[in-house]
Design a protein around this ligand. Structure first.
Ligand code: G
Ligand code: G
Ligand code: MN
Ligand code: NA
Length: 256
């Protein structure tokens, strides 16, 4: 209850911010996208993890205003980078959508408005959904995904391998990218079972015509191994931690 009140005030008072973590093409090292990750430092200077406040936001309904803010903020930031770049700065921006948010709000309309208000083509956005979004009301989620695809956005399945992987739905839905959950990547080089799982996901994605992103890459060796296995993209501390908007833009200019 305490956290809910503080979170409501933080959203109302503009105390939330987004950080941006690069997602790189493993074959070339170029940045193809940044994932936006919400951050909240409260009035006492305490930083709260989204792992703690997103569930509170979902239970309280605050995920609706928080989610709307995140979509607008991500679009504003990307348009700001384009302005500084003097044109399309060449990367997509990924926004996380929770299952509850997809049930409670009209996400495609919000995304369309945020894109047009900022003069952005739909191809500049990626929406990251988790497998849990498919469980409650798969038909509704499918309709939302098709509406988002109609805007030109990319759809990524986040934390893949940890939820209810209904493989029949995977094939039917317009999913562009599978994000292999960090739990399979961490320690993979010393664990043959993890390598087997990663190989299986890469092969599944390839069979379904989807690209892949490995999360949680913390070493160059892991990045090289995943590239050799055919994983398309990588994300993790080995490239960069989640960065403030200005630092992310500077990192983009220095890398690409
Ligand atoms: O970056 P970090 O480890 O702090 O994020 C933890 C979790 O919180 C991740 O699973 C991430 O998807 C989720 N998360 C971060 N930002 C957002 C957001 O803006 N919206 C939603 N729905 N989830 C987020
Ligand atoms: O669940 P999702 O993939 O949306 O969230 C990404 C989360 O993983 C964020 O909390 C982010 O801070 C964290 N993260 C990103 N890269 C790494 C990494 O290399 N190692 C670890 N341990 N966490 C990471
Ligand atoms: Mn994500
Ligand atoms: Na995630």
């Amino acid at each position: 209850f305490g956290m809910e009140t503080a979170l409501r005030r933080a959203i109302e008072n503009g105390m939330m911010r987004l950080t941006y973590q690069p997602i790189c093409d493993l074959a070339t090292g170029r940045i193809v996208a940044f994932e936006s990750l919400a951050r909240w430092t409260d009035e006492d200077g305490r930083a709260h993890s989204p792992n703690d406040f997103i569930p509170v936001a979902e239970e309280s309904g605050l995920i609706v205003p928080l989610g709307r803010w995140a979509i607008d903020e991500a679009a504003t930031t990307l348009a700001g980078w384009d302005t500084r770049f003097g044109g399309d700065c060449g990367v997509k921006l990924a926004v996380n959508l929770s299952a509850i948010q997809l049930q409670r709000d009209r996400i495609p309309i919000l995304v369309e408005r945020a894109l047009s208000a900022n003069g952005l083509d739909g191809r500049r956005f990626t929406l990251e959904l988790t497998e849990s979004a498919l469980v409650t009301d798969p038909d509704r989620i499918a309709a939302i995904m098709h509406a988002l695809k109609g805007l030109g956005t990319t759809i990524a399945m986040d934390d893949f391998g940890t939820g209810y992987s209904n493989l029949a739905y995977l094939q039917k839905l317009p999913i562009d990218v599978l994000k292999i959950d960090r739990s399979f990547i961490t320690g993979m080089l010393a664990d043959r079972d993890k390598v087997s799982i990663v190989r299986a996901i890469l092969s599944l994605a390839s069979a379904l015509g989807m690209k892949t992103t490995a999360e949680g890459i913390e070493t160059n060796e892991l990045a090289q191994t995943l590239a050799a296995l055919g994983c398309t993209y990588g994300q993790g501390y080995s490239f960069a931690r989640p960065l403030e908007a200005d630092a992310a833009y500077t990192y983009l200019l220095a890398t690409n």
